[in-house]
Write a protein that binds this ligand. Structure first.
Ligand code: AMP
Length: 405
């Protein structure tokens, strides 16, 4: 199938072409016709499948007819990064139209946002908390909303946003189209979808599982050797852009510093950084100023960088969902990627759950030439163990030839 067959307006087809999309992705093929007919949709798809365009193109097509000025489409997303990215997609795909999009999220000036809303916004892409602030301030009018999109609804649930999301929905006209996207369907999310969707068409891309284009491997090791293993892993592996995930902000910051000392071009991305600094890290990573991004789960939600060759889980995530989201950063848009997970014995129960979702066992690997005997862990409790003092390697990761840079 090609985009012409989707009956999209010429102006939208021109921007699709400019973005270099040649064929619709599977979710676009299935979701766009449903959304264009004005029906409700339950999209079970993870980030990286092209789902943003799958709701943005039908929204833009709808807004091409009817008045411009009032907010007619509202997209609610869990994080600023994701909201910013969806807003950018609205700009890119809507560039040949007069449709305006405004992004609304916390951590930046509310006044500037209120002014932008006042100038007129047809599409609003918002995080729930700040959106409710604007509702309370009466700087936004949601009474003309025709389409609601909830993106990464499962993430919103994980982050405790569901009460806010329900408050937002209470502000909207009952008669509207609702497009609901989630990568996983925990009970609470299933409940919400039942409450707000009217006879929806379900579109599911593959099983609700990580992208098939990612290969997974596990590097079992003891806690004391994790950092050294990761350093050696980076040194030995020809990588393109790499995202390393840690469980805490503190660890993300520390690891980024260690990598910087080892002469890697690295940036951190964690919740204690200002919105500006976070954006600088993401932009720098996207533009190739940094090869390595060390991130926590929440800060990394929605990062859209297509050429991520490797995701390294320095710490195992807390849940299967978080694992799926993390590795969704690589293997995007039908490229291939690798997910390396450094695991300690306590991670085994979660590993088994992940394997159940993947439907296969994750290959256990040993890093060649790595000294697994260093700092034997059997003798002393972990906090008393000596820390690695071995000098870090001073090489940057090699780039994959196919990255062409
Ligand atoms: P998403 O799942 O919306 O975050 O999209 C993942 C990536 O795929 C983004 O970088 C999009 O720009 C890209 N993308 C979306 N649709 C297409 C398409 N039809 N062809 C190629 N790339 C696409």
């Amino acid at each position: 199938m090609n985009f012409e067959e989707l009956n999209l307006n010429r102006r939208l087809l021109a921007s699709v072409d400019d973005l270099g999309y040649t064929n619709p992705t599977p979710i676009q093929e299935q979701a766009i016709p449903v959304a264009l007919e004005g029906r409700d949709l339950l999209g079970l798809a993870q980030t990286g499948t092209g789902k943003t365009a799958s709701f943005m193109l039908p929204i833009l097509q709808r807004l091409l007819t009817g008045p411009l000025g009032p907010v007619r489409a509202l997209i609610v997303a869990p994080t600023r990064e994701l909201a910013e990215q969806i807003h950018q997609t609205a700009i890119d795909l809507g560039k040949n139209t007069k449709i305006r999009s405004v992004a609304i999220y916390g951590g930046v000036s509310k006044v500037t946002q209120a002014k932008a809303l006042n100038r007129g916004a047809d599409i609003v892409v918002a995080c729930p908390g700040r959106l409710l602030d604007h509702v309370n301030d009466r700087s936004i009018n949601l009474s003309k909303v025709e389409v609601l999109v909830l993106d990464e609804a499962d993430t919103m649930c994980d982050m405790g946003f569901l009460p806010d999301v329900r408050r937002v929905i209470a502000q909207l006209p009952r008669k509207r189209q609702t497009l609901f996207f989630a990568a996983t369907m925990p009970d609470e999310i299933r409940g919400l979808s039942k409450d707000i969707l009217d006879n929806p068409t379900t579109v599911q891309i593959g099983i609700i599982a990580p992208a098939k284009t990612v290969s997974h491997s596990l590097y079992p090791v003891t806690d004391a050797l994790k950092k050294q293993l990761m350093m050696d892993m980076l040194r030995q592996t020809p990588t393109g852009r790499v995202i390393i995930f840690t469980r805490t902000k503190h660890r993300a910051r520390g690891l980024a510093k260690d990598l910087e000392q080892a002469k890697y071009r690295v940036a951190a991305l964690q919740g204690n950084m200002s919105q500006n600094r976070r954006q600088q890290s993401i932009n720098g990573f996207r533009e190739g100023k940094y090869d390595v991004l060390v991130a926590t789960d929440l800060a990394a939600r929605g990062i859209d960088v297509t050429e991520v060759s490797h995701v390294i889980n320095f710490d195992m995530p807390n849940t299967v969902d978080a694992y799926i989201h993390r590795i969704g950063r690589t293997g995007r848009a039908e490229q291939t990627g690798e997910a390396f997970t450094i695991s300690v014995p306590e991670d085994e129960p979660l590993v088994r759950k992940i394997e159940a979702v993947l439907g296969s066992r994750i290959e256990r690997r040993r890093l060649p030439d790595f000294d697994y005997g260093a700092f034997s862990t059997d003798r002393q409790p972990s906090r008393d163990r000596p820390r690695s003092r071995r000098p870090f390697p001073s090489r940057r990761p090699m780039r994959l030839a196919q990255n062409g840079r």
